[in-house]
Write a protein that binds this ligand. Structure first.
Ligand code: PMP
Length: 405
């Protein structure tokens, strides 16, 4: 059974007041809050086991290594990777995409090749491909979206060709909430021989992801959007593709043998993990996944749908509010503009009422350009949010509207 009070009790940060008002944290697409179990796991590591991994022969190092590699196992199982060798730790989604664009891109992309992305990508799934295209003379193609913020599949099909070497698509848009039909996208990309990268930064906390069922080549995400710590994320990649890729960074841990003439690289996944990793981050990530698993995606999905439906009904009834992003397949994000108040002013006024939302371009400037707005206000929900927090948001919006009337 879904017990909201118990879930809220797991997140110590939520009980606080800001400006004398009860905090309503509705900025989960930017980052989620962390349950006590994640905080405790990180503290425990530093209090009891802190040591470098893979190197020491002493007890602490063995414990740290076991915890770090244990987290990799948890992550591999969660995404149904074929083995732990397919799980590469990175600093987050951004570094994960840069790793693929740099390493896989340098080995596989040449002048005239095409990379196909969508118009709703986060900057982190645009700029690394632009940089790759600049280096190689490849061409970046962009599949358009419609007025609801959905991918236009027919246009995507037309842009896809034998020249397409990689298709990059966001699983769930942070700016619009749109959930893309990634299984179709992957199947179509493979039919022309292209590889696929799915940006799961938003989706992974809300939807079950099975990389084998999807047959995706690279799935990337960040722990901090999944109740885990910042500074850690993953590439889940197919082993045969990762094994054929050159290293991303050189240094300790990613080698088997070094001489001044030549170095031999380590096996997967270590080949892509140069230097001392974010050990406590990985441990916290593993705990965050256990937290999600304990609630379960059925309960999470059901609850988050209720919250989105509740917020959407309020938004539709709110005079002068225009929603940005009205896709049929959508999750947990309410992006909008008000006739009379700039999103940045809105963010500030709403904050004074204790409600944390985000105002800006959400690192998706092309989405703002498409909808002809400089920015949107965005409320994004998570499993610990409540209807009364959404009520607080709409009361605060009314206050802002009255101030600017
Ligand atoms: N893609 C999407 C869809 C995102 O929402 C984000 C984070 N806002 C990113 C990529 C980048 O993630 P990170 O900043 O954790 O690297």
């Amino acid at each position: 059974m879904f017990e909201i009070e118990k879930i809220r009790g797991d997140f110590p940060i939520l009980t606080q007041q800001v400006y004398g008002k009860q905090l309503a944290y509705l900025d989960n697409a930017a980052t989620t809050q962390k349950p006590q179990s994640v905080i405790d796991a990180i503290s425990h590591y530093y209090e009891c086991d802190n040591s470098n991994v893979h190197r020491g022969v002493h007890a602490l190092s063995e414990r740290a290594t076991a915890e770090y590699e244990g987290a990799r196992k948890i992550i591999a199982a969660f995404f149904n990777a074929r083995s732990e060798r397919e799980v590469i730790f990175t600093r987050g989604t951004t570094e994960a995409i840069n790793l693929i664009a740099t390493s896989w891109g340098s080995a596989n992309i040449k002048a005239g090749d095409e990379i196909l992305i969508t118009h709703m990508e986060h900057h982190s799934n645009i700029v690394p491909w632009q940089m790759l295209c600049e280096r190689t003379g490849a061409v970046l193609k962009v599949a358009p979206i419609n007025d609801d913020g959905e991918l236009i599949i027919e246009a995507f099909d037309e842009l896809l060709s034998e020249r397409t070497k990689l298709v990059g698509a966001v699983h769930m848009s942070n700016a619009l909430g749109t959930i893309n039909p990634i299984a179709d996208i992957i199947r179509k990309a493979h039919a022309v021989g292209a590889k696929t990268l799915i940006d799961g930064a938003q989706a992974a906390a809300h939807l079950a992801v099975d990389v084998q069922a999807l047959d995706v080549d690279f799935y990337v995400t960040s722990a901090h959007k999944m109740y885990g710590p910042t500074g850690i994320g993953v590439v889940i990649g197919k082993e045969n593709i990762l094994a054929a890729m050159p290293p991303y960074q050189g240094g300790g841990d990613m080698i088997r043998m070094v001489t001044f003439e030549k170095s031999e690289y380590n096996d997967l996944p270590y080949k892509f993990e140069a230097g001392t990793p974010h050990i406590s981050g990985a441990i916290g990530f593993g705990k965050a996944i256990e937290y999600i698993e304990n609630i379960g995606f059925d309960a999470i999905g059901k609850r988050e749908k209720e919250l989105l439906a509740y917020a959407t009904a309020k938004a539709e009834a709110f005079e002068g509010l225009r929603q940005i992003g009205t896709a049929k397949e959508k999750a947990c994000v309410l992006s909008f503009v008000l006739d009379s108040v700039h999103p940045h002013d809105l963010g500030t006024i709403v904050d004074r009422e204790g409600v944390a939302i985000r105002a800006g371009h959400h690192c998706a400037m092309p989405v703002m350009q498409f909808f002809k707005v400089p920015a949107t206000a965005r409320a994004s929900f998570s499993v610990y949010n409540t209807e009364s927090e959404i009520d607080a948001l709409f009361a605060a919006l009314k206050t802002a509207q009255d101030i600017f009337a």
